[in-house]
Write a protein that binds this ligand. Structure first.
Ligand code: UN1
Length: 484
């Protein structure tokens, strides 16, 4: 049940297969070290995976809710039991610090446990009819074979908040993770396949195909019954168009340009502590990270001073060293993109308050200094687009009303936040911010696993993920009328 060699990468129709093209992953904390050697699936692998998943799904659909719950519970336990081994893989290939990786894997284990319980709540209701002698049942059925296309930045938790409800509600899965994090995807697939087989279920219910979006991702989207995607707006839009053409359901979680408002009554030290976590932890590679600090004039200088002091003390380095707080960005593509945004910020007139360039460390890695711009306007490119790196800006505003206006003046609407002690402003902000999630005196990033996750505007499309909302996407309603 385990891949015999490094290069046996894809899990298709219940068995591990070698792919075609070789895929080498370099450790982003040390470019002289290979994190692993893998291989990419081909489009015919996807076709075979979907056929096998389709053939296996009726048995899973017919399983009792307890059987499904037990499989989810076994996945949860395996994640808890193997968290150290998994964290090391995630840190080595993805540049996450070990505490970050452990936090993510623990979150994934809790997600699987949450859906182990949800699987038991046979959803549905019986209603009276408007016609005498008739009853109506509203029941939920699995959708079929779900394609999950997931990113590298949360390579365990984001997939698990799709995989767990997909399986809990009786679907089969084709998983196309980012080809930047194959090692952790293989490790997670192995434990899912083991959990299925240990409970007498076909491992072909769960398939892993590793490859790039344009060929493998597209082949998945063209063959499954529904697609849940987390990633960029451009890719998401292409997937949504294709799903609309095929008239299958689609759920997208895309980017953010998340605002964190700091009002004048806040404690600058507390605001900076929240701000540093919000913008820079995990090298800012979170769709929920703060990109824009929208700061009232009266606290602006004190806030910037507290931020830069804390930023100077941040320990950026090799992800596996215990003292490291912030690891490298994932790869050269991402680093180049981040540096390009920094350059654009400077060209458009922003001032650098901290960071701004690459860092040298004892190992060669993609280390970027946490970067803070000041004197920025909301019209600048760095404040309109999602940077997806350790880069954030301060926008100075005169009062709360202007802060709210600037916060909402964006194409995105994923997360948001405000730091204040004013009940009046806090309540007004939470009621009027155009975002899917909003935080009071908390970082914009860092969410619970048992409540809905998602955004508005260009940040999300389709029903919410996580919590009790997840059932909307992963089941389809049937209305059954009965004359007695
Ligand atoms: C978080 O902020 O805790 O890609 C999670 C992302 C999201 C997860 C954010 N899917 O950053």
């Amino acid at each position: 049940m385990s891949p015999a060699s490094d290069r046996i990468t894809n899990f298709i129709a219940g068995s591990w297969r070698p792919g075609r093209e070789r895929l080498d992953i370099v450790n982003p904390s040390n470019l002289d070290e290979l994190a692993g050697s893998y291989s990419l699936a081909g489009a015919d692998d996807v076709a075979e995976a979907v056929a096998a998943a389709r053939a296996a799904q009726p048995q899973w659909r017919a399983a009792t809710v307890e059987q499904r719950s037990l499989v989810l519970d076994a996945i949860s336990r395996a994640l808890f039991d193997r968290k150290d081994e998994l964290a090391r893989i995630a840190a080595t290939e993805g540049g996450k610090t070990i505490p970050d990786a452990l936090g993510e894997i623990t979150r994934a284990a809790h997600l699987a446990r949450f859906f182990a319980a949800e699987a038991l709540r046979a959803p549905g209701e019986t209603l009276g009819s408007v016609r005498p002698g008739v009853e109506v049942d509203v029941t939920r059925e699995p959708v079929g074979v779900i394609g999950l296309v997931t990113p590298w930045n949360f390579p365990v938790a984001t997939p698990m908040w799709k995989i767990a409800p997909a399986l809990a509600f009786g679907n089969a899965v084709i998983w196309k993770p980012s080809e930047k994090t194959p090692g952790i995807s293989i490790a997670v697939t192995r434990l899912i396949a083991e959990a299925l087989e240990a409970h007498g279920m076909p491992a072909a219910l769960f398939n892993l195909v590793i490859g790039a979006g344009p060929n493998i991702g597209a082949a998945v989207v063209d063959a499954v019954d529904a697609v849940s995607f987390t990633g960029s707006v451009n890719t998401g839009r292409r997937i949504a168009v294709r799903c609309a053409e095929r008239m299958i359901r689609v759920q997208l979680e895309l980017g953010g340009q998340n605002p964190l408002v700091v009002l004048g009554d806040a404690d600058p030290e507390r605001a900076a502590e929240i701000g540093v976590n919000s913008a820079y932890f995990h090298a800012g590679q979170r769709c929920t990270a703060t990109g824009r600090f929208i700061v009232e004039d009266s606290i602006h200088d004190a806030f910037v001073a507290a931020m830069t002091e804390r930023m100077a003390a941040l320990r950026v380095g090799h992800a596996l060293l215990p003292e490291t707080q912030i690891g490298p960005v994932i790869d050269e593509f991402q680093l180049t993109k981040n540096l390009h945004y920094i350059d654009t910020g400077l060209k458009e007139g922003a001032q650098l308050a901290s960071g701004g360039g690459r860092l040298d460390r004892p190992t060669r890695g993609w280390f970027l200094a946490p970067t803070l711009f000041t004197e920025t306007s909301n019209a600048m490119t760095i404040n309109r687009e999602e940077v997806f790196g350790p880069v954030a800006s301060v926008i100075r505003v005169k009062d709360y009303e202007e802060a709210l206006h600037v916060a909402n003046d964006t194409d995105y609407g994923l997360s948001s936040g405000i730091i204040t002690n004013s009940m009046k402003h806090a309540r007004h902000f939470q009621a009027n911010i155009q975002a899917g999630m909003t935080m009071l005196n908390l970082p914009t990033a860092g969410v619970d696993y048992h409540v809905p996750f998602g955004g508005r505007k260009m940040s999300s499309y389709g029903p919410r993920e996580q919590g009790r909302s997840a059932i909307e996407f992963y089941t389809i309603i049937k209305t059954a009328y009965r004359a007695l």
